[in-house]
Design a protein. Structure first.
Length: 273
């Protein structure tokens, strides 16, 4: 059954997500990292801040909206009956956070019918709040934002990111080496969620990354789309693309060509989000 949400309902969800993002940001500012554990590799850290921020958000959602589903990076998987699912990254950019190197922040997306309908990213390193919902424009700290009108890839500032596994990073570096001569320059910030907001705000012309999870991108996709941009996620490849509409086809073509030239194995995705 397709879930239809009114503007008032979306605004209520957005307000709640903003409140929770700011509360999680307070957890970040306390810097109570505790013991640092690792996840996928020795270079993939998780701190007590990650866990505390996710617990705070999840408990608040369960109290305010007990029928909603929740997916969180730190192992939260709660089924719901409302048709809505909250997708949470409690601290995107953990390595940056541990080194006190910006950006890093909290990402909260809400999806209905498999599509992100609300997105909030709070960059706690710079106190910048990015918000968006269906049928409304994206904002940064309350001011409207929009993607760039860049239509020439050779003049585009491109963002990307790298995985924690050394062999995967090496492959990604080979792809970047093929892309670098085709763009103005490349940036790597260390936070996929904030990078997507940078596309939405016109600080990047485009962004792509392979190996990211749904909680990394759900909120950012909504923010890019509501800023007039295009953003898709390929679940099979865990690959995200985002740009202004005038650059979209060139971006996809260039990345795919770079993967072929670098010898990277890539198969067509089964579906995009």
């Amino acid at each position: 059954m397709t879930l239809a949400l009114s503007c008032d309902e979306l605004e209520h969800l957005l307000d709640l997500a903003v409140s929770l993002a700011r509360q999680a940001g307070e957890v970040h500012l306390q810097r109570d990292t505790g013991g640092i554990d690792t996840k996928s590799t020795a270079t993939d850290p998780v701190s007590e801040v990650d866990h505390k921020a996710e617990t705070l958000i999840v408990e608040a959602i369960r109290q305010a909206r007990p029928d909603d589903a929740i997916l969180g990076e730190e192992a939260t998987q709660i089924r719901g009956t409302s048709g809505l699912r909250w997708v949470i990254d409690p601290l995107d950019g953990t390595v940056n956070y541990l080194y006190q190197f910006s950006p890093y922040g909290v990402s909260i997306g809400i999806e209905a019918n498999g599509e992100p309908v609300v997105g909030v990213v709070f960059d706690t390193a710079t106190d910048q709040l990015f918000t968006a919902r269906n049928n409304a424009r994206s904002r940064k700290n309350g001011s409207l934002i929009e993607v760039t009108s860049c239509s020439d890839l050779s003049l585009a500032l491109l963002g990307t990111g790298f995985a924690y596994e050394a062999s995967v990073r090496e492959e990604q570096a080979n792809i970047v080496s093929k892309l670098l001569p085709k763009v103005r320059d490349i940036r790597r910030s260390g936070s996929c969620a904030v990078d997507l907001c940078s596309v939405a705000a016109g600080r990047l012309d485009a962004f792509y990354e392979t190996g990211v999870n749904w909680w990394d991108v759900a909120a950012g996709i909504r923010i890019v789309r509501s800023a007039g941009g295009v953003a898709t996620y390929e679940p099979d490849l865990k690959r995200i693309f985002a740009s202004g509409p005038a650059l979209w086809e060139q971006l996809i073509s260039a990345v795919n060509q770079a993967e072929v030239e670098s010898g990277s194995q890539s198969s067509p995705p089964s579906a995009n989000i």
